[in-house]
Ligand binder design. Structure first.
Ligand code: M6R
Length: 609
């Protein structure tokens, strides 16, 4: 939930740390800090606010000749965002940055108080730093001190640590929070993800749970829990540094929406062969897809909405019942899982705590499981028996867009595969859909991206309101839920999504003169019904903006504004409509001057419960 970085090398540590923190800022951005060794000793700078604020503050300090240090960008869990709660935390001997949560910090703090320690922050992190300080006093040796301390800690952590008397060394240890070691030619890094050091090196080591690492300018050593040296495999990042830059776009979110045609085709090519679903690279035996009782799709937020569209597709094409469950509920609901059921976990980051916990629960029960993950080598990917990667590349904007679109695509192809196996879909039908999918990605979505005037006008009107409602039927209801989340997340406008037939059972009382109601109507089967629902709200004063197909004359005629998408096969239109609703949220937030890539209170990957 936070971003950590550490560096030891010949470069300017303060500049490299700030640069890395900018890249990690999507993980949390309510306060930031760093500790660097300078020729005048160890210096710690902290600030409430963004990494940019830390950068400004650092410029006023004398940080010359800093070649080693650690940095942190925070998403507050224990203690409000403030300078005193910002990391690094520590003592005269040690400073530490942390990503994760120490669950037993209160008990440990009690013990430390008895030994004379005081605390200047409300964080669990300061407790961990002081525990290591105590263990250092007891053992007199740094790695032993870290190992002894982590034996006591419960929870999740990735720590970057520096000791005052070792001016060129960063220590690291982790459990259940990601930590990579970047191997550069002029220095080495630790970081929560590769984006922090990608400009300097694509080579990295993935630190395992319980392993400790000692990072120096020219050398990196990794040790296991017993202190034995461990040979680690050096991996190569698949992304270039351009993948984590805005490439001329005003925001990452806009860039990422514009990437959709390309990544959809790339992902489609990876899971189809000769215009047929083909998951053999991941699941060689088709038995995996046979005799399924119920499919449970488990995910959070946008990924859960992709799961809802998946439910629609699987039930339509394969006639297998699907339950979509929010991971945070599933894990505690004592779920009914039968031997022949299948679980599908969907996650962009592959690090979402609730989704990971759900996966672990399912793994214990030995149910067949498939994960759909975007981030290569992430924890969910590593702990899943079968993984299908969505090839969206890094998604930096906190609001998920391109990842959603490829998740929906994978669910569609999975539904087609199951449909073929079940005998519910002919090979010809699936070939036809696969062919059309390329068209949709290359042309239909491209057309939406190239003509955004109506979307922008509708967004300007919406931006003037405090409450918005989305309505839709069938798959468009699910799309409305995602559209509503996207709008709330980045524009801060209150919105709710309803099955169009449900509004009149209560919520219609909230419609006032001018209230925007956004009708999503891509499925021809429901045009008549949707028109009736639109009339219902218009006659009560609603201003209706519809997202519909070009051929949906009755929807267009009954709406105040109609945003159209090309007339592709009904089941493919959600992919095009997704780009359209994402742009709508984007332009609404833009009209309101919001911080689109880093909306308030949020972080990109939710690695805490
Ligand atoms: O990384 P994940 O796909 O597991 O993340 C799940 C949600 O936290 C995520 O989709 C969140 O809802 C997005 N910020 C929505 O745009």
């Amino acid at each position: 939930m936070c971003g950590i970085i550490g560096y030891s090398g010949t470069g300017n540590a303060d500049e490299l740390i700030i640069e890395g923190l900018h890249a990690l800022e999507y993980r949390g951005y309510d306060s930031a800090g760093m500790t660097v060794f300078t020729k005048n000793g160890l210096k710690t700078i902290k600030t409430k606010g963004r990494v940019g604020d830390l950068e400004s503050k650092a410029k006023t300090m004398f940080l010359e000749n800093s070649h080693c240090g650690i940095g942190h960008t925070r998403w507050a869990t224990h203690g409000k965002p403030s300078e005193s709660n910002a990391h690094p935390h520590g003592t005269d001997n040690i400073m530490l940055v942390h990503n994760g949560i120490i669950e037993n910090y209160k008990e440990i703090a009690e013990e430390l108080r008895k030994k004379g320690y005081g605390f200047a922050s409300e964080t669990d992190t300061e407790v961990a730093a002081k525990l290591i300080d105590l263990k250092l006093k007891e053992t007199g040796e740094k790695l032993s001190a870290i190992r002894e301390a982590v034996k006591i800690l419960q929870g999740s952590y990735a720590f970057g640590i520096v000791f005052r008397d070792e001016t060129d060394v960063v220590y690291a240890v982790k459990k259940d929070s990601p930590l990579l070691i970047g191997i550069g030619s002029d220095g080495n890094f630790i970081a929560s993800d590769v984006s922090a050091f990608l400009k300097y090196t694509k080579s990295y080591i993935r630190l395992g749970d319980g392993e400790t690492a000692v990072i120096k300018q020219d050398k990196t050593e990794v040790f296991d829990l017993d202190g034995n040296s461990v040979e680690k495999q050096v991996e190569t990042a698949l992304w270039n540094s351009s993948a984590v830059s805005k490439s001329g776009f005003r925001h990452f979110m806009l860039k990422e929406i514009f990437e959709e045609p390309e990544i959809l085709i790339k992902t489609l090519d990876s899971i189809t062969k000769d215009f047929h679903p083909d998951f053999s690279a991941t699941i060689p035996d088709d038995k995996f897809f046979e005799n399924i009782g119920t499919i449970h799709i488990i995910a959070c937020g946008t990924a859960m909405h992709a799961g809802l569209l998946g439910k629609y597709y699987i039930e339509k094409f394969a006639r297998i019942p699907v339950a979509v469950e929010v991971a945070s509920e599933f894990r505690y609901n004592d779920p009914v899982l039968r031997e022949n059921d299948m679980v599908v976990i969907i996650s962009q980051s592959g690090e979402t705590a609730d989704s990971l916990a759900a996966l672990r629960l399912v793994n214990e029960k030995n149910i067949r499981t498939l994960s759909i993950v975007n981030t290569y080598g992430s924890t969910i990917a590593r702990e899943s028996k079968h993984v299908i990667y969505t090839l969206a590349g890094p998604e930096i904007a906190v609001a998920s867009t391109k990842a959603f679109s490829v998740q929906v695509l994978v669910m569609l192809i999975l539904a087609m595969k199951l449909g073929e196996i079940q005998g519910e879909m002919t090979k010809d039908e699936s070939t036809e859909l696969c062919e059309s999918l390329k068209e949709v990605a290359a042309n239909s979505i491209h057309n939406v991206l190239c003509g955004t005037e109506t979307i922008e006008s509708a967004a300007e009107i919406t931006a003037k309101h405090n409450d918005v409602f989305f309505i839709g039927r069938g798959i468009d209801n699910y799309l409305g839920m995602e559209a509503s989340l996207k709008l709330k997340e980045i524009s801060y406008i209150h919105s709710e999504a309803y099955a169009a037939g449900e509004l009149k059972h209560g919520t219609i009382s909230l419609i006032e003169e001018g209230t925007p109601v956004i009708a999503i109507a891509t499925d021809e089967k429901y045009y008549e019904k949707m028109r009736n629902n639109i009339e219902e709200v218009r006659s009560r004063g609603a201003f209706v903006i519809s997202f519909c197909s070009e051929n949906a004359e009755i929807i267009k005629n009954s709406s105040n504004i109609a945003i159209t998408i090309p007339n592709d096969a009904d089941c493919l239109k959600p992919l095009t409509a997704a780009a359209s609703i994402q742009l709508f949220a984007y332009y609404t937030a833009l009209a309101l001057g919001r911080d689109i890539d880093k909306p308030r209170n949020l972080a990109k990957s939710v690695t805490v419960e």
